[in-house]
Design a protein around this ligand. Structure first.
Ligand code: ADP
Ligand code: ASP
Ligand code: MG
Length: 870
């Protein structure tokens, strides 16, 4: 990122505006990404204007500061906010830049003084503007220090708020709009000063010189205003997701990336709830036809969403389902409303008077109901109460809140109605307060009680796909799901994990005896077994023992009634030594030598073949036997390329085009195919997946008379990243029962591994030392990839905590590494943890699966031992 290495932009070089949101500017590694990204745009020959948000959470903290009535509390809040910035400076190893120092002093002064001098709203705007003023000052210092000379620009000198006729003081100061006609003079002035600028999102200046805000989330809109003013080549919105998805991916992990959208559709998705873009940010670009790109700062290699002027011809499809919470409905009743001339004019005049903009409208003979959207209105209870009092003079008023608006978005909604019957049926169970179909034919909205939304949305999204209303088969438009892109990550289970409270002391004692050490919690194994046993359609559950072959776990699962799936003679032996002789076994090897089959055929195990070779060359071995055929359905799934076990890129299974040949070989050798098997990969969190495999296997089985069971594999994921939803077992149960009802003649088998044991295991290790190097702080522990290879092999993310200091605040940013002589010996990158000391006990979570079984003596280091908690 050394600017001297990049060619200087030509005098007529285009502008690229890059906006980085709150999470994108909150840590040192993100700023390092920003530096690289900006340098790469410069290398394209562009001038760059960086627009930044406040560090994540800072605008909220500033708002909170504004609501404190006591000066002492406000000053304390200002100090805590300042501390966030000191911490980041510390990680950046920078001394306080004068520009930031001034801001912090200014904030301390404003906090202490309170609103008296400036007036409440102007003071609030001024205080909240400091979030972006501080982050941009910090960013300018960091980038310049890293060799990318960056000019700090005050956005208020460029963005002039326009006074709109119906604005009140509140909207004028806190949710303002800006004149964004192209300004060649600004472009020329900046070009004369330099090539890289950094400025603030969220703020502008009004005609009297006061600082104004653009509304919560308004930094996106700042970027657009700058894009339009500078007639930029494009605007890039860098955030914490790889684009706009078909639904909020934090709510619907199966949501698909929307690869390209026109302004109108994107606008509709943004206005109806997709927080990823501020609803006002598209109109400035639409007028000047500047394209907008949404990208993930942390994963710049992902494609993202391109929004531009081209309307692509394609079959009508629902593009997204969004939800807006915090909606207030105002229902107004008046007898003989339609006969009363001017009734609507009277009531709407009240909305205007109170500075409230109406979103949806529904009407009946004696009633008109409107919705107020919190992103367009500053809805506090005072504002609503004042409105209701005035409305009560002309009609009977009822305020219904909190509600949520669920919107289906897509061009040509009316022509899609026939595909929506299943979706509409869902609303039959709910109180629907209002339905509205937009006159531009782009959306269909249902207002319901707010509390139902979180569970309803993922379900509706699934229904839209299965009904063919959301046409995910159009791969030019619909990219991968969020889960497919991010599915291998952060921990939900971790917050309620067994090791956090009840067993913490016991674990610390175990670690005091010896580390590194794996500890397994059998009640968790049993809990997971119980969840699997709730799947009513499944006739036989096998534990895929390769995940963890500890005898206590095998014993516990045998007691739970599980059968066992093994992939090698060693596993067959280990299992046979432990479980009762009546327990069914399944042998599902891959590229196993002849002797392995010979050995397995001498046991009670049901043997699976997944290639032609064994029958072609060792036919006599299998003569008269019954086997299972593992089929490659032509596609793989899973959290990482290395765990996908389908498709021609993977070595597993007999491809469909060799099926006939396999059956002929079986016939020739007197072999009976009793079962069909497919397993596409691991870490799958979408219930629909097993339904698809099941149906595919069942329809293939119908061509083979001898088949009596279908083994749909395992691969059931356990969520590891915060916010990642777990696999919906009730939904999986429903999906499987549905297929079973269609194909009752086949028994259903499954073979999960990770699902049963991942959460049950933790790896305990001890801190040995720390090292600071450049911007990084390495935290060394007494074991590494020799004990746990998943991070190195699959980029797997495991939650890591300092068990000794579980309750201390996480103020340090560490790279957690082991003692193995490999650069890849990193167990966790960028981990926020308490400041650690030599001897602290670190816990690596979710290591019950593929932990110990994949460990080695590499570097001749001792292997971790294993302890079981009953
Ligand atoms: P930033 O701080 O970078 O401005 P935001 O939090 O404002 O980021 O916006 C990004 C978030 O928007 C995502 O993390 C996601 O939770 C949310 N979001 C809601 N709906 C969608 C959607 N349809 N597509 C993508 N993200 C969405
Ligand atoms: N910092 C502002 C907010 O949190 C603006 C933004 O981030 O877009 O609302
Ligand atoms: Mg945002």
């Amino acid at each position: 990122m050394n600017s001297t290495e990049t060619a200087l932009p030509a005098t007529d070089a285009p502008w690229i505006v890059m906006k980085f949101g709150g999470t994108s500017v909150a840590t040192l590694p993100r700023w390092q990404n920003i530096g690289e990204l900006v340098a790469s745009r410069q290398a394209e020959g562009a001038r760059v204007l960086i627009v930044v948000s406040a560090l994540t959470g800072v605008t909220d903290a500033l708002k909170q500061l504004c609501s404190e009535s006591k000066a002492i509390n406000r000053s304390e809040a200002a100090r805590a906010i300042a501390q966030r910035h000191y911490d980041l400076l510390d990680h950046m190893q920078l001394s306080m830049p004068a520009t930031l120092g001034e801001r912090l002093e200014d904030l301390a002064r404003l906090a202490n003084e309170g609103a008296a001098t400036l007036g409440e709203l102007a003071w609030q705007a001024q205080v909240q503007a400091h979030g972006e003023l501080m982050s941009s000052a910090l960013g300018a210092a960091f980038l310049s220090h890293s060799g990318l000379p960056t000019h700090w620009l005050d956005a208020r000198d460029c963005l002039s708020a326009v006074a709109l006729p119906n604005q009140n003081e509140r909207t004028r100061l806190l949710s303002s709009m800006v004149d964004s006609r192209p300004d060649p003079a600004l472009a020329a002035r900046l070009a004369a000063q330099g090539d890289v600028f950094i400025t603030q999102g969220f703020i502008a200046r009004e005609s009297q010189g006061r600082t104004v805000l653009l509304g919560r989330g308004g930094s996106d809109t700042s970027a657009s205003y700058f894009g339009a003013l500078l007639k930029a080549q494009r605007v890039e919105i860098w955030t914490d997701v790889a684009g706009m998805f078909t639904a909020n991916p934090r709510q619907v992990p199966g949501a698909r990336l929307l690869q390209r959208l026109d302004y109108e559709e994107a606008q509709e998705i943004a206005s109806t709830g997709a927080k990823v873009l501020h609803p006002r940010c598209l109109s400035p670009l639409r007028e000047s036809r500047v394209p907008l790109l949404i990208k993930d700062t942390n994963r710049p290699e992902l494609d993202g969403t391109v929004i531009g002027p081209e309307v692509r011809a394609h079959a009508p499809s629902v593009k997204a389902i969004s939800a807006r919470k915090g909606i207030t409905l105002v229902s107004m009743e008046s007898v003989g409303m339609w006969q009363q001339v001017g009734f609507l004019a009277d009531v709407f005049a009240q909305f205007k008077h109170h500075g409230l903009s109406v979103d949806l409208i529904g009407s009946a003979e004696t009633n008109v109901t409107v919705s107020l959207d919190p992103t367009e209105n500053l809805l506090d209870s005072d504002a609503i109460a004042a409105l209701a009092t005035d409305l009560a003079k002309v009609c009977r008023v009822k305020v219904i809140a909190p509600c949520a608006a669920i919107t289906l978005v897509g061009r040509g909604m009316r022509s899609l109605l026939h595909t929506l019957s299943g979706v509409l049926a869902e609303f039959g169970q709910l109180r629907v307060h209002l339905i509205s179909q937009s006159s531009n034919n782009l959306n269909l909205t249902f207002v319901v009680d707010e509390e139902v939304v979180d569970t309803l949305l993922p379900h509706l999204h699934d229904l839209l796909i299965s009904a063919g209303a959301l046409r995910t088969d159009d791969s030019a438009l619909f990219g991968p799901s969020w889960q497919a892109l991010y599915g291998n990550g952060e921990s939900v289970a971790a917050t309620t994990a067994w090791w956090r409270d009840a067993q913490r002391e016991a674990l610390l004692e175990l670690a005091a005896e010896k580390t590194p050490r794996y500890v397994y919690h059998l009640p968790t194994v049993r809990r997971q077994a119980g969840a699997l046993k709730s799947l009513g359609a499944v006739d036989r559950l096998h534990y895929a023992v390769k995940a963890n072959t500890h005898p206590a776990i095998l014993r516990a699962l045998a007691a739970e009634g599980f059968a066992f799936e093994c992939v090698s003679p060693g596993e067959l032996q280990a299992v046979s030594a432990i479980v009762p002789a009546s327990t069914p076994l399944l042998f599902t090897p891959n590229f196993a030598p002849r002797d392995d089959y010979a050995l397995a055929l001498d046991t009670r195990a049901t043997v699976t073949l997944d290639a032609l070779h064994p029958l072609e060359h060792w036919g006599e071995l299998f003569h008269g036997r019954e086997v299972v055929l593992r089929i490659d359905l032509g596609r793989g799934l899973g959290h990482h390329e290395k765990v996908r076990t389908g498709g021609s890129g993977s070595k597993f299974g007999v491809p469909l085009d060799q099926l006939t040949q396999f059956l002929q070989l079986a016939q020739t050798h007197g072999v009976t195919v009793r079962g069909l098997h497919a397993h596409l990969g691991s870490g799958v969190l979408d219930a629909a997946h097993w339904g698809e495999v099941y149906v595919q296997l069942a329809s293939l089985a119908e061509r083979i008379d001898s088949v009596v069971f279908l083994n749909i594999g395992g691969g059931l994921g356990v969520p590891s990243h915060p916010g990642e939803a777990s696999l919906d077992m009730a939904e999986l149960d429903r999906v499987l029962r549905e297929v079973k009802a269609a194909y009752p003649q086949y028994q259903l088998w499954m073979e999960p591994g990770r699902y049963l044991v991942a959460d049950a295991g933790v790896l305990l290790a001890r801190v040995t030392q720390q090292k600071g190097k450049g911007a990084y702080r390495y935290l060394g522990i007494d074991t590494g990839m020799n004990s746990l290879i998943r991070p190195a092999l699959y980029d797997a993310w495991h939650e890591i905590v300092n068990l000794t200091r579980l309750d201390e605040s996480a103020t340090a940013l560490y790279q957690v590494v082991g003692p193995i002589c490999e650069s890849g010996d990193v167990l966790g990158t960028d981990r926020r943890l308490p400041e650690a000391d030599e001897g602290d006990v670190m816990l690596i979570a979710q290591t019950g699966a593929y932990g110990k079984v994949m460990s080695s003596h590499y570097n001749l280091r001792d292997e971790a031992d294993e302890i079981v908690i009953e």
